[in-house]
Design a binder for this molecule. Structure first.
Ligand code: CO
Length: 150
């Protein structure tokens, strides 16, 4: 099985601070990472959920794919991140199997990860993001708190 874990679930939100406050109020959530991702024109916050994350995404431009999603469908589940050991090899395999890819080549994602999106047409109607996290390479456990590179 190439999918090693559910790395994260990504939510499209209209107000990042409110979305963070909501998760803090209801669940005592902890923000472990924040980043502006210029390639996707979003501000991101990651909430720790065991070894996985809830990824809150707020567009910073109307051109952002997340802005288009919000305009079309409103706030909600945007994508699921599958943790894999090697995004490039996984993309090659999916292409061989005839899967429709959003990203033909792996690209840089947030927190230093390598990512590629798989089109919902080839993923049970769900937008899937393949995520290779260099901090997990070789089975190294993510340390808790003050994680280098975060
Ligand atoms: Co994501």
């Amino acid at each position: 099985m190439l999918i090693e874990r559910i790395d994260h679930v990504g939510y499209a939100v209209e107000d990042l601070e409110e979305a963070i406050a909501h998760h803090q109020r209801l669940y005592g959530a902890e923000v472990v990472h924040r980043e502006h991702v210029e390639a996707d024109e979003v501000d991101e916050a990651l909430l720790a959920v065991g070894e996985s994350f809830i990824q809150l995404l707020m567009p910073t431009s109307e051109r952002s794919p997340v802005a288009r999603f919000l305009a079309r469908r409103g706030p909600g589940l945007h994508h699921v991140g599958y943790g894999v050991a090697d995004v490039a090899a996984t993309v090659d395999r999916l292409r061989e199997q005839g899967a429709k890819l959003v990203d033909e080549r792996p690209r840089r994602g947030s927190r230093g990860c390598t990512v590629a999106f798989v089109h919902p047409a080839s993923a049970m109607g769900v937008l899937v993001e393949l995520v290779e996290d260099p901090q997990r390479r070789g089975g190294i456990e993510r340390s808790t708190g003050g994680v280098p590179g975060f």
